[in-house]
Design a protein around this ligand. Sequence first.
Ligand SMILES: [Zn+2]
Length: 208
Amino acid sequence: MWDLPWGTSNASYDPQCNSINVYAGFLTGDLYREDMTREELMAGVGMVIAHELSHAFDTRGSKYDETGALRDWWTEADQQAFDRRVEKLIAYYESLHPWKDGSSYSGTLVQQEAIADLGAMGCILRIAKKTEGFDYDAFFRAFTKLRRCKMTETAMENRFRTNPHPMDHLRVNVVAAQFPEFQETYDIRPGDGMYVAPEDRITIWGAS
Ligand SMILES: [Zn+2]
């Protein structure tokens, strides 16, 4: 279902049609160009497609079946395991205190987008593992570049306090830090700023 004009610079998942929509206006700049390397494509349009696919299995999307009907199609055990992982994700984001008044981030508000971001990274890194000569450094740098922005602290707070997407720097730093490929690429060790111990990492999809 196309609920936005084709030229819109956005992408979406529609649970009622079980469809991902990547609008033509999005496929420019650092997301998609014909001259991009494999790593840049996977960090750009690849991550976008994987993110929207992952929405089919986030807290909301997973409530709909493959026909778009609101139906509980998961086993009880799967649902409980998913809920436990989402609780850990929410607690992780709530342990962050990025606001000027020191209050905590809202893990509940950003959970669906955070699940999609983590699902996307897991998906792309699984493809990377099967790709001969994959340049992880080039991939992580391209991924990071896409989220660069310049904003005052007040503007950032105004924009993100009630936004279901985590702040851009969190969409890079929190997501990348959960994956061993990132930790290994940059030789991140206990005590380093982006070190996350294996038992503390958030995993929604894949082995925990
Ligand atoms: Zn999303």
